[in-house]
Design a protein around this ligand. Structure first.
Ligand SMILES: Cc1ncc(COP(=O)(O)O)c(C=O)c1O
Length: 396
């Protein structure tokens, strides 16, 4: 199968461009800062989905989806699935024996309800909805439809942690939802599942990965922070710790569940989230994250909309944007130019995944060809955004 690693960013993964990461002032995803790993006494209340009684944690969101598909006995059943998708979520469903039928995703990452309805047939069991980059799909309508037609709704919130639609958090509308945590938060790994229908007890909490695995990705993330903040002696200390960790045994072996692969591997399906990720999760100020991301997105929209067409014309209330998406020509070259200026732009979901629709929907193909994500996450101060915007002016 074609390697789809280029579909995604190097952030938190370290598989691509490891030597360049330290030169990035704007990584695609947030990075760890030392205060998040300090010992602390109090554990704050966590928001949804973490406070939901059904919440279960996995190394990756893809593993959560695989577990869900098996729990619901979806083998041989039909899932209506969007034509615009990452690939790894599709691989997880296919590995569970699901039959997938694609519905089109239109310009602006829009899902047309009538088009989904027209595809429902007797064997359809599930509708799969991806909330793109924090922007909600027609989740109210689909949840009502599913209730009337006795279908199940899965909300894919991999890119939409903390985002709301009509005062309700995404993931709380459907029968189940998955979240990819390392895209929004500086955790070394982590996926979550919430299940609003059908036996919680079926989900054991899987054992965490070997500590060295989390340590190496967390150390990379911390190093990025220290380098950006010119904390040179702390960097040296970290380097010594990394070297010492390497000497305590083999470095993370190729078979352990590393972040950084964009394929689903059933052999890793039963690895849980690391203790470090749980620890970091409890250090986050979630409302501040939403506020900062919204502020950053609006700042960029105002300054970049004249330069390149934005994917979303505005920022609806409640949306917690994952990134700032814009439409460009010749994405791979543009990504390189941003990288050369210290900005980790993401070439979103190009090319088409080999298991995608044989006859790609033209508007989805156009999204794959043109959508570029610029970072707007909580680590970025306005001065950083000004540098991103200056880079965009030069490049675009
Ligand atoms: C839409 C979507 N769903 C699911 C996933 C799977 O997330 P994870 O990498 O945690 O398995 C991704 C990952 O990028 C994604 O983009």
């Amino acid at each position: 199968m074609e390697d789809t690693r280029s579909l995604d960013s190097a952030a938190n993964t370290g598989v691509q461009l490891p030597e360049r990461r330290n030169e990035l002032f704007a990584t695609a995803y947030p990075v760890l800062c030392p205060s998040m790993v300090w010992p602390r006494r109090k554990h704050p209340e966590l928001p949804f989905p973490f406070n939901h009684p059904s919440a279960r944690y996995f190394y990756f969101a893809r593993n959560a989806l695989y577990a869900l598909a098996r729990h619901w006995n979806l083998a041989g059943k039909e899932v209506l699935f969007p034509s615009y998708f990452h690939g790894v979520e599709l691989e997880a469903l296919l590995a569970a024996g699901v039959h997938v039928r694609f519905y089109p995703v239109r310009q602006g990452m829009r899902v047309n309800l009538d088009e989904v309805v027209s595809l429902i047939r007797d064997r359809t069991r599930v509708i799969y909805l991806i909330h793109y980059l924090g922007f909600p799909g027609p989740v109210r309508e689909l949840s009502e439809l599913c209730r009337h037609r006795n279908l199940l709704l899965i909300e894919d919130c991999a890119l939409a942690l903390l985002s709301r639609h009509e005062e309700r958090l995404l993931g709380s509308w459907g029968d189940a939802a998955i979240y990819c945590l390392y895209k929004s938060l500086p955790v070394p790994n982590g996926g979550a599942l919430v299940l609003r229908r059908g036996g919680l007890s079926a989900f054991r909490q899987h054992a965490p990965p070997p500590w060295r695995n989390s340590f190496s990705s967390a150390a990379r993330s911390l190093d990025s922070y220290l380098s950006n903040h010119r904390k040179n002696w702390q960097r040296k200390l970290l380097k010594m710790m990394r070297n010492a960790a390497k000497k305590t045994g083999r470095s993370v072996d190729a078979n352990s569940a590393q972040a950084g692969t964009n394929h689903f591997n059933p052999l890793h399906a039963e690895v849980g989230m690391s203790r470090l990720s749980h620890w970091v999760l409890a250090s986050q100020n979630f409302s501040a994250i939403v506020e900062k991301r919204r502020k950053n997105f609006s700042y960029m929209l105002e300054r970049l909309r004249g330069l390149a067409p934005p994917v979303f014309e505005g920022l609806p209330q409640g949306v917690c944007p994952l990134s700032y998406p814009l439409l460009v020509k010749d994405k791979p070259a543009v990504v390189e130019k941003f990288l050369a200026r210290g900005v980790e732009a993401v070439n979103m979901w190009f090319p088409n995944h080999p298991a995608g629709p044989k006859d790609p929907f033209p508007e989805t193909y156009e999204l794959r060809r043109t959508v570029l994500e610029l970072p707007c996450h909580q680590d970025l101060a306005l001065a950083d955004l000004d540098r991103v915007i200056a880079a965009a002016r030069e490049i675009l």
